[in-house]
Design a protein. Structure first.
Length: 42
């Protein structure tokens, strides 16, 4: 149980550190998909 708690804390710390990177990559992906959709429409 302690290992599970420690692993969860480590994972949340990792996500907390990399949250801006995850958001950055997701924003670029959404922009690329949106641009592709607009490009295929017009």
């Amino acid at each position: 149980m302690q290992t599970l708690t420690r692993g969860y804390r480590g994972l949340s710390l990792l996500v907390g550190i990399n949250w801006d990177l995850i958001l950055y990559v997701a924003t670029i992906a959404v922009a690329l998909v949106g641009g592709a959709l607009l490009g295929s429409l017009f």
